[in-house]
Design a protein around this ligand. Structure first.
Ligand code: ATP
Ligand code: MG
Length: 579
């Protein structure tokens, strides 16, 4: 299965049928409606893939609509980054747009229209102002098993209601003093249908409109209006909105009565909502509120910390848009809540990087090796430098090769040496031969230790008949290790990232307790030596450090001559996807 092989899930079948039945007026229109109150995370990426993906599949358009009806906590910084992240994932909004940019909408640009629709509901006796307190309102609404109690204001005349609604708008009342409710059915078993609140008073400034409004529409009222006015045909959202769907339809019906539904190619466009399961991932939290807490309390370095499940964090970690889309495709679209293993996402990343990442050598935990019999120049007696030529990507010949100097003193990874080798340890050990990748066969003769017994230098000799890595007499050498030349290697900061939480469900003891499950070892910074070709690595260049893992040059901190790398994923994992 691959990304392009979009399975025929229920949303796709639903849209196919509507297209066949001529309900779309010739154009499928979807939308992705984030609230600009945080950065988008991998869960949103799934919705992005569904919303934009379905529009692409049917040659339609997907709008990007900022759902900015909740005046607090929203900002342009968030809005700009949402755009950046969607583009990076490989999608582009299209359509008319309401803010001078094709396909881009702000829900707040529809506030005037929403208010007018509410006024018309009042005139038609379909909405009324209510001054029950929050507690009373809940009590009156009741429980699903028994009909609720009507508000004492339920039968106020439209004239009086309009007067109060205008006074609400004009700032005469305090927050919560009055609200506007749809007059639907106080006996409905669906309590969302029991005269839901559709407008409330909030004396707060809006990040775009300032103090223009002190009444704001509720989500359940605003969302269908936005969809309908934009000519959306298929409005897809997560499962928790399923019980709100009758209300969505009620609002669309009222707009129809008011003659507000758009017509495309002679077809009246009646937006419809369907719901799919959220993406949940183990070993992380995804609610924007908790992610914000991680940022503001300094548990991570920011929204784009490579350990965050945000799209910008994953970008900085070195994940690719293709791997994220592939992951979303593999998780699929369904009606059932489930949890996905982050190992599947890592697997998708590894699959792609294995094909595309540039191969390099880097030593993360260096110890020096001296080749005692290395050639010295005739004139000055200095060590000769030879050059090794290695492919940039053995799976892609067009990636070419690079030359790496080798001067008889190298760094190797500490773990590649054992003074007293275990059984089957075929790497470097006294008396044992090992291949230095691309260079030669080396035989260790011993090591130097400090007072604490730590190995500080390893010595040995090379077989001058083995340049390139193979013995002239054809004898076999089992182990091959990577290395970095001491004279020309470059120092680099390498950040080793691991999961942010040690617990599968960090919320198992509730949202106030999740911090105690943070992984204390989720970040380890080491000073490494890397081959000279990595000196100029710049932001988001992706590499496989041979035998070590996949790494990316840090988007912000990597500087020419002073590279910084983030570990994207380790080289291997036992994980195998089931499909
Ligand atoms: P959070 O709960 O993290 O604050 P949200 O649902 O409030 O997220 P919105 O900005 O309102 O965030 O979401 C925009 C769109 O993304 C919505 O259509 C929402 O259903 C969808 N979405 C959010 N989280 C997920 C998820 N985990 N899986 C799939 N879709 C999601
Ligand atoms: Mg939301």
């Amino acid at each position: 299965m691959s990304e392009s092989d979009t399975s025929r899930h229920f949303l796709r079948q639903w849209i196919e049928k509507d297209v066949a039945d001529g309900k779309t007026g010739g154009k499928v229109v979807t939308r992705f409606p984030p609230e600009p109150n945080g950065y988008i995370h991998i869960g949103h990426a799934k919705a992005v893939c569904v919303d934009f993906g379905m529009a692409e599949l049917f040659d339609g358009e997907c709008h990007l609509r900022l759902d900015d009806t909740n005046p607090t906590k929203e900002s342009d910084e968030y809005a700009e980054n949402i755009k950046k992240d969607i583009r990076w994932l490989g999608f582009q909004w299209s359509g008319e747009g309401d803010a001078g940019e094709p396909g881009f909408y702000n829900a707040s640009n529809m506030f005037d229209k929403m208010y007018e629709i509410a006024e018309e509901l009042i005139r038609r006796g379909q909405a009324y102002c209510c001054n029950l307190t929050q507690d009373e309102w809940k009590q009156y609404r009741g429980v699903p098993e028994k009909p609720g109690t009507p508000s004492p204001s339920r039968d106020t005349s439209p004239e009086r209601n309009l007067q109060i609604f205008h006074e609400m708008r004009d700032g005469k009342y305090a927050d919560g003093e009055w609200c506007l409710r749809a007059k639907i059915d106080m006996a409905s078993p669906n309590i969302h249908f029991r005269d839901p609140v559709i407008y409330r008073i909030r004396h707060v400034s809006h990040y775009h409109l300032g103090d223009k409004w002190c009444v704001y529409p509720m989500y359940d009222f605003a969302h269908p209006i936005e969809d309908a006015l934009e000519g959306v045909t298929h409005s897809m959202c997560t499962l928790e909105f399923e019980v709100h769907r009758p209300l969505y339809d009620w609002v669309v019906d009222r707009m129809d009565e008011q003659g507000l539904l758009p017509v495309r190619n002679g077809v009246k466009i009646r937006t419809q909502q369907r719901e799919f399961a959220r993406l949940n991932i183990t070993y992380t939290v995804m609610s924007k509120r908790l992610l914000l807490q991680l940022v503001t309390e300094g548990h991570v370095a920011g929204w784009d910390d490579p350990r965050m499940p945000t799209v910008c964090g994953m970008r900085r970690r070195g994940y690719t848009p293709g791997a994220i889309r592939e992951f979303c495709a593999r998780v699929g679209v369904s009606k059932f809540e489930s949890e996905s293993d982050p190992a599947l996402l890592e697997w998708c990343v590894r699959e792609e990087l294995n094909q595309t990442a540039t191969r390099r050598m880097a030593v993360l935990d260096p110890v020096k090796v001296v080749v005692d019999n290395w050639e010295r120049g005739m004139g000055n007696g200095e060590r000769v430098t030879r050059e090794v030529e290695l492919p940039n990507n053995p799976l892609d010949e067009s990636a070419g090769t690079r030359k790496i100097p080798f001067g008889g003193e190298i760094w190797i990874d500490r773990a590649d040496f054992m003074e007293v080798p275990e059984k089957k340890f075929f790497r470097m050990a006294p008396g044992q031969e090992v291949r230095l990748r691309g260079a030669c066969i080396f035989k260790c003769t011993g090591c130097v230790k400090d007072e604490s017994g730590k190995v500080v230098e390893i010595h040995g000799t090379w077989d001058p008949e083995s340049w390139g890595g193979n013995a002239a007499d054809g004898r076999k050498v089992k182990g091959t290790i990577h290395w970095v030349d001491c004279a020309t290697g470059v120092k680099a900061e390498v950040r080793l990232y691991d999961r942010l939480f040690t617990e599968k469900d960090p919320l198992k003891d509730g949202p106030s307790e999740f911090l105690k499950y943070m992984n204390p070892d989720s970040l380890k910074v080491v000073e490494a030596y890397v081959e000279p070709a990595l000196a100029e690595a710049k932001g988001l260049d992706r590499f496989q450090f041979e035998r070590t893992g996949y790494f990316v040059a840090d988007e912000f901190d990597s500087k020419p001559g002073a590279p910084v790398f983030n570990r994207t994923v380790t080289l291997k994992d036992s994980y195998k996807p089931s499909v």
